[in-house]
Write a protein that binds this ligand. Sequence first.
Ligand code: SF4
Ligand code: SF4
Length: 56
Amino acid sequence: MAYKITEECVACGSCAATCPVGAIAEGSPIYVISEEACVECGACASVCPVSAIVAP
Ligand code: SF4
Ligand code: SF4
């Protein structure tokens, strides 16, 4: 399991800059979290300005 980015994402990039393991990449049109890389720390969800990241 991993955190997930929903359609609410406005592609600001804050989550990718915050992830300690580099699990978030810029996608088209929204950012995406690698299920394999995510260690479920929750850091990305806490910085997202539009609450687009949901816990597993
Ligand atoms: S929960 Fe943590 S490890 Fe997973 S994508 Fe977010 S910041 Fe990265
Ligand atoms: S912080 Fe939120 S709005 Fe910004 S890129 Fe990540 S998921 Fe999208």
